[in-house]
Design a protein around this ligand. Sequence first.
Ligand SMILES: [Zn+2]
Length: 686
Amino acid sequence: MRSRFVDRDAAAMVNRYAEAGVNSDLALRVYTTRLIGQDPKLVLHGGGNTSVKTRLRDLLGEETEVLCVKGSGRDMAQIEPSGLPALRLDGLCKLRAFEALADEELVRIQRANLLDPMAPNPSVETLLHAFIPHKFVDHSHSTAILSLIDQPNASELCAEVYQDRLGIVPYVLPGFGLAKKSAAVFDAGPKVEGLILSKHGIFTFGATARESYERMIEMVSLAEARMKRGRRAVFATAQLPQRLAPLAEVAPILRGACSLKDFTVEGAWRRLIFEFRSDPAILDFVNGAEVARYSQAGVVTPDHTIRTKNWPLVVAAPVDGKIADFKNAAQAAAQTFMANYKKYFERNNARFNGAKQSLDPLPRVILVPGLGLFGLGRAKKEACVAADLAEAGIETITGAESIGRFESISEFEMFECEYWPLEQARLGTRVEQPLGGQIAVITGAGSGIGAATAKAFASAGAEVALLDIDGNAAEARAREIGDTALAVTCDVRETKSVGAAFDKVVEAFGGVDIVVSNAGAAWQGRIGEVDEALLRKSFELNFFAHQRVAQAAVKVMLAQGTGGCLLFNVSKQAINPGPNFGPYGLPKAATLFLMRQYALDYGAEGIRANAVNADRVRSGLMTDEFVAERSKARGLSEKEYMSGNLLGREVTAEDVAQAFLAQALALKTTADVTTVDGGNIAAALR
Ligand SMILES: [Zn+2]
């Protein structure tokens, strides 16, 4: 690992922040904090922290000695000066005399010492930074350092690599105890350039931002060099099947196995979103003959436990053509995982007199020999965090096993960390969303009703896949929704195209829970004279495509075994034919009955089927030109034409989207048609 400190960049940052009234100590602290934060081999997702001791004016204008330390859970890669709240240093240093301090008290005292009472909560490792006298202090969870120190003989290895340049602090849960212990180790050898926190990470310090940062880089480089002298092939490979089942077949089975019935609402499930990863390093690890040992040895650093749990779920390799066997084995493995988690919770909660509340017992990482790993989370972003940490864990354990044997903290220490309120607080207060953990596929999502529906479902917490024959339009709508929305080019008239699109969705998110089959187009013609080819063309898109999409969805839903929801756009024509609209209305009427057939055939599996009957909505079918022409022909203004219904209100794509959303949420409703047309008695269902 090389230093990325560039004098010119550092000076530019000092100048830039000077204009905003930020002093050079803090500007340089921001600069090297970002250098560390941008390297995933040093820190990931809010891990690690840094500080600087400087002088700042308090709110009354008096200059004060302060510690600027990273805010809890902040991402170092994009830190700003406001992400390093300032605390009165003398107030913090007085705590050194305390014998013990409860976490809640510590948080209160830290907040009481903030210069700005509105500042974010400072890091849980604030006191450790305060007790070290050096001006700059840097802390990382470097994978190479962890490989070296997550070992039974870590002290000897550290002595060999660092001689006495680093002090060694035995493992203690972060907080007051760790700060006291670290300060004592420092005082016993005040010439050290940093501290190793056993089974946790490394601190370095210095008089300047550069010195402290470059000591971090040097210590990590020494650990990397030691690893290079390890064994070459770390893991002996297990016997794997000749042909493996594809990812798109495996993921929904695992997702179903790792879902929980929500017993508070009949028909509801607690589901997770998946993120798949695979590369040679991951495969070496998951394919190892001893994966059951080293993967179950615990976390590589304590703060991973809140995102990955202490252990991944390991399943058998999926043999191609024997997917039913894989399903049985995976379900059994997931059940065992959850049962073990409950036992782990009860065993350790007893030591807290039963005071803790259990988190859900579902795994957050799954290892699949032959394929790779999955990160799991309530949303795609959380799943990606779990996958990133799992990859860092694999790198650490692979390094550790190359020079010795990986060893983690004890089970109780992991529990203490997982259920530590300060650690849980780093996840922030999470609001459960109505479609949280669900995956929705919307066809014809590039514009109109489909686009509005994708947006509405994403706002309700679902991960959305936008399918459209116009890939660019789908991509543009997806980017409007956010980073995790997936755009897929799909021609719903082609079985292959639909199959490939569903594979893509399943590979990206792990499965499918809701489908809004919306793509369609209108053709006209007096039915007695209409060209048969045109009628067949309309049936292909307005009936068979719905069947094709529903069939692909049901296949995934049955593999998951957690029910699902099929929603069809049937339009008013399915109920109340308009003159010369036979070519459009007839296949739509068939689609309405298709919905009922799905409701009948798959109700027992918890798969619901519903439809929306909308009318006169501006869209790809009802273009602005079409509206202008039609209203003119009837001698009406566009507004009068569009609101020609009982309520006298124009129906929008958003109104239709809300109807689909309501159907997706109505767990006791199936075979329903919801009318969204502003009121039209002739089209009313009876
Ligand atoms: Zn740490």
